[in-house]
Ligand binder design. Structure first.
Ligand SMILES: [Zn+2]
Ligand SMILES: [Zn+2]
Length: 139
């Protein structure tokens, strides 16, 4: 499997690049996908009618071709996340593809010193089988 890195952020609904503990590293991205209704338009956040700027904080995605609208979470759950990683446990470099469907995972928050439930991409390293976690910090 060779994942194709996006050429620009415009192609993605999500992109992150981060360190995983001390030795690990991950880049994860989620491509925008075509409208499930007309299969032509690329679903995206709605644009402001006056300025033409994308409304980043919008809670829905719309198809520019047919106007089909989907609630943010509903649309994102149908997408696929592509991940390139360096395992924080064994330093194996691998790739992984998985559903972007949100899943709550308990993690230990170092700042607050307690366990917290967060949305995360969780998968197993292709070599050592340990869990790798990429929390979804959506800004
Ligand atoms: Zn459409
Ligand atoms: Zn590993």
């Amino acid at each position: 499997m060779v994942l194709k890195m996006p050429n620009s952020m415009e192609e993605c609904v999500y992109f992150t690049r981060r360190k995983l503990e001390d030795k690990g590293f991950a880049i994860a991205w989620v491509y925008r996908e075509k409208c499930p209704k007309c299969k032509k338009g690329l679903m995206g956040k709605p644009r402001d009618e006056k300025t033409g700027k994308v409304k980043i904080l919008a809670k829905e995605y719309v198809c520019p071709e047919c106007g089909y609208t989907m609630e943010k979470g509903e649309y994102e759950d149908t997408l696929t996340a592509d991940i390139q990683y360096t395992c924080p446990h064994c330093e194996y470099k691998g790739e992984h593809q998985m559903s972007f469907k949100r899943k709550k995972v308990k993690v230990f928050d170092k700042e607050e010193q307690k366990k917290k439930s967060v949305d995360a991409l969780k998968f197993k390293c292709g070599k050592c089988g340990e869990d790798i976690l990429i929390t979804k910090k959506m800004k």
